[in-house]
Design a protein around this ligand. Structure first.
Ligand code: SF4
Length: 311
């Protein structure tokens, strides 16, 4: 399919990383669904050879959640922009953290609404003025890492779209994670965001004491940072959570990429459902017959309506 992303758009790096991750994991394309909302990045499912659903603005997560819960055997990856996910979709973002459905959500974070000509998106910092804005941004920016922590996400990571191999590894970790994985990706939009460009993240203007250019991203794993909860004890969880909160404040000249927090000791939504419906995983909704071979519904609608009748 024709791709009309602008030349140099960070979306290309994320697309490559997703394709590389799915290929390396040897996933079955017929058992994989990529779900998106609306925005430049939400065109991604059109370019990935799996099932794909390009849904409504801000509704990426409800669709993806429904698909996964109807058929928990599917690999579900949700993908979209920061405007889609942190603006109109913010309520869904918060409540998805509470549920902990076993899937991955990748946010292309470029701080602008690229598809509609560069308005300030929810992650843009207060006072920032890109070339697409007549005046500096009047609102504070959402901190997506902090919001994910506060919402209960059990895997929280940040990647950079032009570090494709590192991003690919994060995508694989996110897919393998047991629970809801959130991956915030720094994604230059060279057309409308002339501040956080590829050159900016490479270190343009960020010089050390010797006048050497310093990249503005650094890899957490190269500093000895370990965001993974290994034992599940309350004091360990608290310690890992607190260090993740501190990392969430690092942005700009010294921005961490890598796994910030991971806790697989929280039950997934699917596990909680099994507690109520023991046959859920062996006989999920998508496997249940809803009609006879001639198309006659199996459900007795009259009986259902009778049960719902208000007298
Ligand atoms: Fe990418 Fe920005 Fe162009 Fe959209 S407007 S395709 S985000 S460079």
């Amino acid at each position: 399919m024709h791709n009309d992303w602008c030349p140099g758009c960070g979306d290309f790096g994320i697309l490559n990383a997703v394709q590389m991750a799915l290929a390396e994991m040897n996933v079955d394309p017929s058992s994989t669904v990529v779900v998106s909302g609306v925005g430049c990045s939400s065109k991604a499912p059109h370019f990935i050879k799996t099932y794909g659903v390009h849904t409504l603005h801000g509704r990426t997560l409800p669709f993806a959640t429904g698909i996964k819960l109807a058929n928990p055997n599917l690999e579900v990856v949700a993908e979209g922009g920061d405007g889609d996910g942190m603006g109109i979709g913010a309520g869904h973002f918060v409540n998805s953290g509470r549920r902990n459905v076993d899937m991955l959500y990748i946010v292309h974070d470029n701080e602008v609404y690229g598809l509609t000509k560069g308005q300030a998106a929810p992650t843009m910092k207060l006072g920032m003025k890109t070339k697409s804005l007549p005046l500096p941004n009047i609102n504070q920016g959402i901190n997506p890492i902090m919001l994910a922590l506060a919402s209960g996400y059990t895997f929280i990571a940040r990647g950079y779209s032009y570090d494709v191999r590192h991003l690919k590894d994060l995508i694989i970790k996110g897919i393998r994670h047991k629970g809801f994985a959130f991956l915030d990706v720094l994604q230059p939009c060279p057309t409308y965001n002339d501040i956080q460009t590829k050159e900016y993240w490479a270190g343009e203007g960020n010089l050390d004491a010797n006048g050497h250019q310093q990249p503005r991203t650094y890899k957490l794993e190269e500093t000895g940072y370990d965001g993974v909860v290994h034992g599940g004890a309350a004091d360990e969880v608290q310690e890992k959570f607190q260090q993740a909160v501190l990392k969430s404040f690092e942005f700009g000249d010294h921005t961490p990429i890598g796994v910030i927090y991971q806790n697989e000791f929280i039950p997934t939504y699917e596990e909680r459902l099994v507690g109520r419906a023991p046959t859920y995983l062996s006989n999920p909704p998508a496997s249940q017959e809803i009609s006879k071979p001639d198309g006659t519904p199996l459900a007795n609608i009259d009986k259902l309506l009778e049960e719902l009748r208000v007298t």
